[in-house]
Design a protein around this ligand. Sequence first.
Ligand code: 13P
Length: 254
Amino acid sequence: MKKIMIMGNWKMNLIADEVDELLSGLKSYPVKAGILAGAAPSYTWLLKGQEQFAETNWQLAAQNVYVKEKGAYTGEVSAPMLKSLGCNYTLVGHSERRQIFQETEEAIREKIAILLAHEIKPILCLGETEEERNSGRAEEVVARQLREGLAALPKGTKLFPIAYEPVWAIGTGKHCDPQTAADMMVFIRQELAQAQQQFDLSELLLLYGGSVNGKNFQGYLETDQIDGALVGGASLKAEDFIAIIKVAEDFLHE
Ligand code: 13P
C-alpha cells in the first residue's frame, strides 16, 4: 500500500535552541504505519536530527547537496556526508534554489544522479510562477521541468517523490485550490507514463507544496490524486506539523 508522505522543509530557519525544541516535539509523536513523516533541517542541524530521530520512524532529509563526491569545494556538502548523517531524502530543484541561486536543470540532473548513487531518494520539486500560470503555461513549464530533471536517468529507474509546488502558493498563504493541484498531478502521472525511459512508478509519491496547513490538507487528500505534502511554514512548530500528520492518519482510517 502506498504511504502518505508529510515532509517539512525548514528552509533557512531556526537556531540551535529552537531546533532542539522542535525535534523533541516531533520525536515525541510516534509516526504511525502508513505515514512517512520527516523533516529537512539546514545542514547545520542534520546531526541533531539524526540523534533525535534515531530509533523512531521519523525520516531525515537534507535541503540540498553538491554534485561531487568530495574534494576542494569549499562550503559544499556531499551525498556521502548526507548518507553518513542518516539522511534518506534530499530536496532537489526547489523553486527558491532555481530562482535565487540560479540552479540549472543540468545541476538538478547531477544532484539526482549523485543522490541515487548513494541510495538517497531525491524529492524533485517542480512548479510554475504566477505569471506562467496566468499566461496558460503551467503544464508546459511543469512538463519541461519534469522532462529535463529526469532526462539522464536510465530506463526503468524507480522514481522517487515528486513535489508540485506552484511558486505563487509558496509562503503566501494563498494555497492552490485542491482540484487545480489534483489536475496537475494527473498531468504529471500522464507525462511520466509516456516517458521513453519506462520508469518504475511503483513507489512514486506525488506531493503538493504551497501554504499547506492542518486546515487545508484534507482537501488535497480527498482528491485521491495527492500522496502527501511538502510543508514550509507549518513545519516550524511541532504542533502545526503534527496537526497535518493527524489529518493524514484520519484520512487513512476513514
Ligand atoms: P510554505 O508551506 O511555507 O508555503 O512552503 C512550501 C515550500 O516551499 C516547501 O518546500
